[in-house]
Structures are given as structure tokens and as C-alpha cells.
Design a protein around this ligand. Sequence first.
Ligand code: TNX
Length: 459
Amino acid sequence: MDIYYQEGAGDLEKTALYLAGQLDDISGFSTNIRPAGSEPGKGIYMQVIDDAELGDEGYELNIGKKLVTISAGSDAGCFYGAQTFLQSLLVKADDDELFSTPTVTIRDYPEYSYRGFMLDVARHFFSVEDVKRVIDLIAMYKMNVLHLHLSDDQGWRIEIKSWPMLTDIGGGTEVGGGEGGYYTQEQYTGIVEYAHERHITVVPEIDMPGHTNAALASYADLNCDGVAPELYTGTDVGFSTLCTDKEITYQFVDDVVREIAALTPGPWFHIGGDESHVTAHDDYVYFVNRVQDIVADHGKKVIGWDEIANVNMVEGTTVQYWDDVENTTLGVGKGARVIMSPAAYAYLDMQYDKSTPLGLHWAGYIEVDHGYNWDPETLVEGVAKDNIMGVEAPLWSETITNIDELEYMVFPRLPGYAEIGWTSPSLRDWDTYRLRLANHGQRFDDLDINFYRSPRVPW
Ligand code: TNX
């Protein structure tokens, strides 16, 4: 089997290589890739075409008897076409089986440009290897953002060269008192590159001014009283704050944003801003306003949890709706765009039902149908399709300690969030989705994904 890619068209060679690697994993043989000036008679052919309807990320996949063609307006589109093609194949197959896929033409493009998954690596630390597995899994579902929650009360997870104690001290533990960990800048860059190769943009989050106990424990100067608190290994929220009227706080934020921004090619920097319950309101507004300017100075656009709508938002800011409708519509009134992460529908740390051994339920139980059956454009009055940049499903990790537990909470709900991001509401329907998901169960097994066998899906 040969994969041909249109000569001179963007970065198609990389996508061809990616597909070849995947096909080789399936079949155990070795796929050749080569440039081609025009469509070959057989094999797989990737090309960039001009087709306005497909947009930046859409594709057309044509599976013929001898030739599979993947056509798209961009390299990303070809990557998604390749993902759909891979989904038409078995996970493990011999030669004959591999190509016994139905002939079909699929034209497909996303509903939203931002389709994200968030991983909290602060409450419990996840290794680079775990994060790469997560990237592979979300890439299969054409998600294009990995939001990394890199700091919280329980841990600081990224090396900052100008403030080394953040990781030396603040990276040293996690919820429950385990040893924690952090990414060196080199490791973080490795994650960013691995994601980029799969058309996934990393959004780094440094949560502030609350959720900062790990930083406060690392540097006494960041505290208003000049005294560093103990490290924290519990699961309470809302008890910590940076000292908003000390100048060193802004030096700290500037250094942190500068170093991380320099390692992050994506356009966004997430400043958190949630649950700052011990920051006085005026201090909060003053702080977030200054931090927005710092982020802009380092060439990034701000994303923040919906609370940040209470400040003077600079142009290009995005509010991440998680809980508060008033905040979110306030943000929309100020011109912000919205990422939809409603806790009651999209929080992957919410339990499926009362019997789920992991997770929380403060926003309710989220069975697989409940997680699928909502529509971003009608969920919040005052937030219309035009205001929405996309959808993100966050996994908070207070109760999630390893990759198996992570997979159990993420699957099988994640493909549902990916579908909400990709497919228009008129084409989504639980009754048919549950059958497709049931069919997909074998794939989860073949990929060794530890998933929840929801009784609402006829596996
Ligand atoms: C609320 S969501 C939080 C997190 C917790 C999560 C647990 C948000 C912006 N803040 O700090 O981890 O609930 O579900």
C-alpha cells in the first residue's frame, strides 16, 4: 500500500507520514509514502483543494475500490480526513481485512473552530507519557485544543527559570500527599510539539490570583504578610490569593507569562481567574486588568474562567463559561467570545451516577446521554452561536490519580463532546449516537482504553 501526497502542498508529507505510521500499527506491514504530481490509479492520495464549504478544517474522503482520496483546504483537513479513514478500519487487521472497508464519500467540516479537552495536572500530576497518550486519544476525535491546567493550590507543574522554587517547592506534592512532579521547559516543549503534529494547540493555564497556594508556599514575598504557607494536599478551593497590591506580584506574573508564552506557539494564554474567594472584588478587578495587559505584552490573547468578565476586558478576550450565566452574558456584552464548558454537562470529573467510584458530583451526575444531549447555541440565554468560539470538556483531577482512572472518566463521554464541537445540532441525535457508540466499544477495547460501560449504551 502506498500513500501519495500532492507535491508541494503545505505540510502534507507529515500527515502522510502520520497516516502511514497508523496503518503500519494496524497491519504490521510497512507503508510507503511518496509525492505525486497528480492522482494515482490506486493507493491513498492526499491533496489540498480549493473548496470554500470545507473551510479551514473540513475534508472530503472518498473511499473507492482501488483508490482512497483525502481532499481538503488545508493540512489540518487532510489530517481529519485521515482520522475518519482510520475509523473505518479495524484497529488490528491483516492485509485482506484492512481493505475490506465500504466504498463511500464523506464531506465533513466542524461546527466550531475550538474543540478542546482540559487536563488538570496540578491536583494530581500526569507524566509526559500520559499526556501524549491523551493527545493521541483526543486527536482521534478531531479535537484541536489541549488546555493544561498547570498550577493550582496543590502544585506548580512547569519549570520557570527565573523563579526556580516554584517547582522545587511548589511542584513537590499533590492531592493526598504524593510526590507530585513538574514538566521541565524542554518536556513542555516536547508536549507542545507532539500536540502540534496532531493539529492540537496547547493552551497553558496559570490560575490566578486564587488557586495559588503552591506559588505562595514557594515564595514568601508573594504573600501579603510575607509568610509562606505550608504546601496543601487537600481538595478545598477558594482560600488562597496572590497579594494584589505588591509590585513583586506583577514582576512574578510578567516572568511566568513571558517564559511560558515563549514556549507556546498557540495564540492563547489562560489566566484562570476562578474562585478567588479571598481576594477583595476591587483587588481582583485591578489584578486581572493588569494581568491582561501583561499577557498582551507577551503577544498572547487572554482566556479566563467566566469570573473574569467582571473586569474591563481587552479586545480578543475569551470567557470560559463553566458555572455562572450572569458572568458569561456580562462578558458577551463586553464583546468577549465564549468557550462553552458547562459544569453540569461537560465536566468530565462529574460522576456518571451514584455508583461511580471516582469523581465529584457538585454539578450533578453526567451519564453519557446527558453529556451528549445539549446544544451550545441554545444552552445559555444571551449566548448565541456567533458569540461561541467552541466547546471544551475539562477533567479536574482531585480524585483522578492515574491514566486508567483518567480514561474511565473521559471515555466514553469524550467522543460526545467532540461530536458537539464538530457536528451541527440538526444532525445530532442520541438514539442513533448510542448505536454508533456501542459499535465503537470494540475500538476502545482494542486501543486498551479503560472505559465506563454505561447501561444506556447497547455495547
Ligand atoms: C471548580 S471549574 C473549579 C475547580 C475544581 C472543579 C471540580 C473551575 C473554574 N474551578 O477548581 O477542580 O470545580 O469539579
